[in-house]
Design a protein around this ligand. Structure first.
Ligand SMILES: Cc1ncc(C[n+]2csc(CCOP(=O)(O)OP(=O)(O)O)c2C)c(N)n1
Ligand SMILES: [Mg+2]
Length: 326
């Protein structure tokens, strides 16, 4: 369990705070709606929820330009929505409908947002990291100062491609921000059963790139370090690594809690819930403004669910379409 520190004094203006609150609250409410809907079996896709972890995606993506690119894993609802992915298309995808962002073929683990520059997400741990490095190489050659952010879990840092990609990105000074969402577990395996030390940042720093650890989940610090990293990469300074400590409140996959499963205790989640960045932000937004934002979010979610439910499934004769590029 990570040490907890007092939240940093926010450096944002109120407009920034409102924007962060809206984004974080919207993601939380969408996933709570998925939790509510899931037992009825209308969503057949496996779902890896970000509840509790949203501040990493929201803080990082707030530091990007709209045309910067994001790559993410199967736990990507937060990154998709924070990057501007269409909510209706996301829910329709979870419902397996033809109006989904992957035309209902991919489900929750394979979201994609070409319009908002979100690369297709992947269920195979770590596989999107070299793809993000390739994208960063392409953007470097493009020469317009755009960058790439790749989100991955602590478990993904145990894949060889993570280290290969770090080395390649460092060597070629690629415009790539590596963001590890360290929630201390790979499914049910705790970090301390997988590594002899907790010195991830030091290991990464040996590749010759800046590496920062944010242990308290503070969204403003995450945002500010991202802004710094993006400025560095736009000057040609190459990649940065952020290790963001965070905590998954729900089970690895699915809508439920799993504190009875035996691999962790409920006491472990409490410090994170007491330091919930949604509450931190909510306290900084004027109550009438918050009420308006909350109403708008509720309405948008209701409309998106209705859209998904009213959308058709893909036609049976399209089963083999889009398998190969034509
Ligand atoms: C290459 C590969 N190995 C194993 C799995 C099975 N698997 C799915 S999620 C996961 C845990 C990954 O943990 P982490 O990277 O920390 O991400 P988190 O789920 O905690 O967000 C594993 C081992 C997989 N999908 N792909
Ligand atoms: Mg993990």
């Amino acid at each position: 369990m990570a040490e907890q520190k007092l939240p940093a004094v926010p450096s944002g203006t109120s407009a920034e705070v409102e924007r962060l609150y809206r984004s974080l609250c919207r993601i939380r409410r969408v996933e709570e709606e998925i939790v509510r809907l899931y037992p009825s079996d209308v969503i057949r896709s496996p779902v890896h929820l970000s509840i509790g972890q949203e501040a990493v995606s929201v803080g990082v993506i707030d530091g990007l330009n709209p045309d910067d690119v994001v790559a993410a894993s199967y736990r990507s609802h937060a990154a998709y929505l924070a990057k501007g992915g269409d909510l209706k298309a996301m829910l329709a995808e979870l419902y397996g409908r033809n109006t989904g962002c992957a035309r209902g073929r991919g489900g929750s683990m394979h979201l994609i947002g070409p319009d908002c520059h979100l690369l297709g997400t992947s269920a195979v741990v770590g596989t999107h990291i070299p793809l993000a490095a390739g994208q960063a190489l392409a953007l470097k050659r493009e020469g317009r100062g755009r960058g790439v952010v790749v989100f991955f879990g602590d478990g993904a840092t145990e894949e060889g491609v993570f280290h290969e990609s770090l080395n390649f990105a460092a060597l070629h000074r690629l415009p790539l921000l590596f963001v590890c969402e360290n929630n201390f577990y790979a499914i049910h395996s705790p970090l301390d059963a997988r590594w002899a030390t907790r010195r991830l940042c030091e290991r990464v720093a040996t590749y010759g790139i800046p590496a920062h650890q944010i242990a308290d989940g503070d969204i403003f610090r995450i945002r500010d370090l991202t802004t710094e990293a993006l400025a560095l990469m736009r000057r040609g300074g190459g990649p940065t690594f952020l290790e963001c400590h965070t905590y998954r409140w729900r089970e690895h996959v699915g809508p439920a809690e799993d504190f009875e499963a035996g691999y962790r205790t409920r006491a472990e989640v409490r410090p994170w819930q007491e330091n919930d960045q949604l509450d931190v932000l909510a306290r900084l937004v004027a109550p009438p403004v918050r009420a308006r934002i909350d109403r708008e979010i509720a309405l948008e979610i209701a409309e998106a669910v209705a859209f998904a439910e009213a959308s058709p499934f893909p036609a049976a004769e399209e089963l083999l379409a889009h398998v190969y590029a034509s």
